[in-house]
Design a protein around this ligand. Structure first.
Ligand SMILES: [Fe+2]
Ligand SMILES: [Fe+2]
Length: 310
């Protein structure tokens, strides 16, 4: 492990909020090396010139938010295709918002705790923030190339950035765990629905490239949270659990079906934005319950282990 200065060691003793065991430090250093070996460049990250292939769907039909419902059966093939692309625009917009917010959050920790953090943690917080910002540029380029709208109407901004703000004055593990749950779900969702031969190749490629870096971000955040639960007092651990449980349900609802889709379709969407009864039924449709069980299995098993599920 890299030598640390006396000031750094003193700082850690004085109040380092992110304490890891030695094995985790070794892993963080391997992540830093991997990130430095391959820097993503927006221009060359995927073959932009090939454009999206609109004759192919951007994701499997069975992963549409309303697949298998009476509302889905009422749509024409062209309307179904439009819906799949708009849902993909939502997924991409979600990545842009959350990654801008979490890059700011991580850099905030670097500023606030600069001399108390161990140098490898500080370095990886900066590296992963840089990677997230490059991802936002890649995702914005994708929306432009695919001629898709960013879901950014003030009324359509989802609730998770507001929740992220509530983590600001807490111990960093609050923000890091919240970030972990959001990014882990979004990455599992993207890989589940797009990595198939019949899907548009450009869409497939951006999510695959994204996944390679996200895998490290997810593993880093998991280590921090796991180390926290190993060392925290029961009271501290339970306070974190209660905080996360409150947001978990909202987030799962939002990722499964976002009612604001009704504002974006060129046709009259069969579920009105304030039709709470139908919205709830759709979120709990047999197909959504099935795909949530399948695509989110890894994250939910991990959450179960640490008692984070509502
Ligand atoms: Fe990312
Ligand atoms: Fe991310």
């Amino acid at each position: 492990m890299k030598q640390q200065s006396d000031a750094e060691i003193a700082g850690q003793v004085a109040g380092n909020p992110i304490v890891l065991d030695q094995k985790s430090h070794t892993t963080v250093q391997s992540f830093i090396a991997a990130s430095n070996r391959k820097l993503l460049h927006v221009d060359t990250i995927v073959p932009w010139a090939q454009d999206v292939d609109v004759s192919k769907p951007p994701k499997l039909e069975e992963t549409s938010w309303i697949y298998g419902t009476i509302q889905w059966r009422g749509l024409s093939p062209a309307q179904r295709t439009e819906l799949l692309w708009l849902e993909t625009a939502r997924d991409v917009s979600y990545c842009i918002w959350q990654e801008q917010a979490f890059a700011e959050m991580y850099i905030g920790y670097v500023n606030r705790y600069h001399s108390s953090l161990s140098s490898d943690i500080r370095e990886y917080l900066v590296i992963s923030s840089r990677e997230e910002l490059v991802h936002t540029l890649m995702f914005r380029r994708y929306l432009h190339v695919a001629k898709l709208p960013i879901w950014s109407h003030p009324k359509t901004i989802p609730r998770f950035p507001a929740f992220a703000k509530r983590t600001i004055n807490q111990h960093p593990v609050y923000g890091i765990l919240w970030n972990l749950l959001v990014k882990w779900h979004t990455d599992l969702n993207a890989m589940y629905q797009t990595q198939h031969a019949l899907v548009d190749p450009l869409t497939r490629a951006i999510f695959k490239e994204h996944h390679a870096e996200e895998t490290r971000h997810i593993a880093f955040a998991k280590m921090i949270v796991e180390n926290f639960f190993t060392t925290a007092h029961a009271g501290e651990a339970n306070a974190l659990r209660e905080f996360i449980k409150r947001a978990f349900g909202i987030f799962l609802h939002e990722i499964t079906f976002m009612p604001e889709i009704a504002r974006l379709t060129s046709f009259a969407f069969p579920v009105a934005i304030d039709d709470h009864k139908n919205i709830q039924d759709i979120r709990n449709s047999p197909n959504n319950l099935r795909i949530n069980r399948e695509r989110f299995r890894d994250v939910h098993e991990w959450c179960m282990k640490y008692k984070l599920l509502p």
